[in-house]
Design a protein around this ligand. Structure first.
Ligand code: NAP
Length: 478
């Protein structure tokens, strides 16, 4: 099955695959079996990774943008060629179904293609000062050694969304993938090596003690930039850690996305969109619709059709033919989902489908649709699974107030047949991104990111490369 590429399980430091201070078992959450033992990094390996990135930086920073662009383009082509292999690997270590995993590989590869195009198009600025006797030159330079930390839910996409712009900008990197899903990150390092990335530019390590070892790296003056994707809770810790040496940070954090169906929405289209917004990646997406606010006049029709569509999904091992919902990444994550649903049911939720934890091995949880009151606690939690709580509302203003009633602000969804009304609603929603009449919005060519406690900075689009560049002003007297 994992035939074309060689499975990499070592640490990748300074262009070599090396062992560390021990190993960590990677599990297949569908079967509860160990699929690989990956080397972990001790203090010495963490330091060696930073040293390699630091030593590689001067040459890499002044390399020709076209050279960096062509490495990324080649990496894009290799990822596409290896898509089945990578998708199988993702499905095995993460639990998601093969079609979702393959979609992720193509999405992830697009960041290499997009940033191969961006690498050669970083504009500067040349201006006359208002007094006329000076010139203002503005240029952008790579920040330096960047620490990239990624979560388990999109092990390829979250890595390339950082590596792509870092390579394009001329930064060197230390990538730390999630403990549950390191194999995909190592496979991507392998691809970049095959694409010609010079040694030391990208280093991949899995620290044996995440918190203290990352903290030490954030107190190493050679590290200049941190790009983190993960929970708000961990993001907050890392922001504090980064403060001591004033390290530049980008934070892609948690979400709690509202999905708003106004009373003039096309309900069949809204159900189709809801299925994508909820079920992409089995609901384990920061962009996943997490709260459904539906106008009272259409709530019954929407709920009936949505619950039927959810109930029809086939839940199975992600690599089984026809599987539409795979396992959660671990029993721990699955049990968190079950606890949130059980608490909602205990506090008055009406169950339309699902809501019961299956017996047997594998971290499975079924597609679940429940109706809840607007103050149910489940609405304040990022469920990160196939669970859709529905709340009814009476006015657009009430829907907007309910949607904004969260400390998060990553993405919101709006369905309405009246574009002006949908845009007015989108403008009032506190979110970094709003999807109108569509269930998926992520696009490598668009700025991805949140407001409020969903993060700082943007990945992708024209903004993404600037997370790895510093602006320098050169003033000239003439
Ligand atoms: P997480 O627990 O925050 O972990 C994310 C990464 O941070 C992992 O690599 C983890 O390593 C590492 N980490 C944990 N504690 C750390 C510490 N004290 N210091 C340094 N690193 C630490 O998040 P997750 O459960 O993997 O992912 C789910 C979360 O990510 C959700 O909240 C989701 O919304 C968010 N997310 C956001 C976006 C976005 O773009 N906004 C995208 C995807 C996911 P270990 O595995 O070793 O613990």
């Amino acid at each position: 099955m994992l035939a074309c590429m060689e499975l990499k399980t070592g640490l990748y430091i300074d262009g070599s695959w090396v062992a560390g201070d021990g190993t960590l078992d990677v599990m297949d959450p569908s079967t509860g079996t160990v699929i690989a033992a990956v080397s972990t990094a001790g203090d010495a390996e963490c330091d060696a990774a930073v040293t390699a990135a630091h030593n590689a930086f001067p040459e890499w920073a002044k390399s020709a943008p076209r050279f960096r662009a062509e490495i990324l383009r080649k990496a894009f082509e290799l990822m596409v060629a290896e898509a089945d292999y990578l998708a199988t690997l993702i499905s095995k270590e993460n639990g998601k179904v093969f079609s979702d995993a393959r979609g992720e590989v193509m999405y992830a590869a697009e960041f290499f293609r997009w940033f191969s195009e961006e690498a050669v198009r970083t504009p500067g600025d040349f201006r006359m000062s208002p007094s006329g006797d000076k010139r203002i030159l503005v240029t952008h330079q790579p920040i330096g050694v960047s620490l990239l930390i990624t979560p388990w839910n999109f092990p390829a996409g979250m890595a390339t969304r950082k590596i792509g712009p870092a390579v394009a900008a001329g930064c060197t990197m230390v990538l730390k993938p999630a403990g549950e899903t390191p194999l995909t990150a190592l496979a991507i390092a392998d691809i970049l090596e095959r694409a010609g990335l010079p040694k030391g530019v990208l280093n991949v390590i899995l620290p044996s003690k995440t918190g203290p070892m990352i903290s030490k790296m954030l107190h190493d003056p050679r590290v200049r930039n941190l790009s983190f994707t993960g929970s708000t809770e961990v993001g907050r810790v890392l922001l504090k850690e980064s403060a001591d040496l004033v390290i530049r940070t980008s934070m892609e954090l948690g979400g709690n996305a509202p999905f708003v169906v106004l009373d003039d929405a096309n309900i069949d289209e809204a159900v189709k969109g809801a299925m994508i917004a909820k079920m992409r990646n089995g609901g384990a997406a920061c962009t996943a619709a997490n709260r459904f606010y539906v106008a009272r006049s259409v709530a019954e029709e929407f709920t009936t059709k949505f619950a039927a569509a959810m109930a029809s999904l086939k839940m199975d091992n992600g690599l089984t033919e026809g599987a539409q919902l795979g396992a959660s990444v671990s029993l721990k994550e699955r049990n968190k989902i079950a606890e949130l649903v059980d608490a909602a049911v205990a506090t008055g939720a009406t169950v339309h489908t699902g809501a019961s934890t299956p017996d047997g091995v594998g971290a499975f949880y079924p597609p679940t649709v429940i109706s809840v009151e607007k103050n149910n606690a489940i609405l304040q939690n990022e469920v990160f699974g196939p669970v859709a709580p529905i709340v009814t509302f009476d006015t657009d203003a009430e829907a907007i107030a309910l949607a904004n009633d969260t400390p998060f602000g990553l993405i919101s969804y709006v369905y309405s047949e009246d574009l002006a009304r949908a845009i007015r609603t989108a403008e009032a929603l506190e979110a970094g991104m709003v999807a109108i009449n569509r269930g998926v919005i992520s696009d490598p060519a668009a700025p991805f990111g949140g407001v409020k406690q969903s993060g700082l900075g943007r990945e992708g689009g024209f903004d993404g490369i600037h997370e790895f560049l510093e602006t320098k002003f050169i003033g000239v007297e003439i």
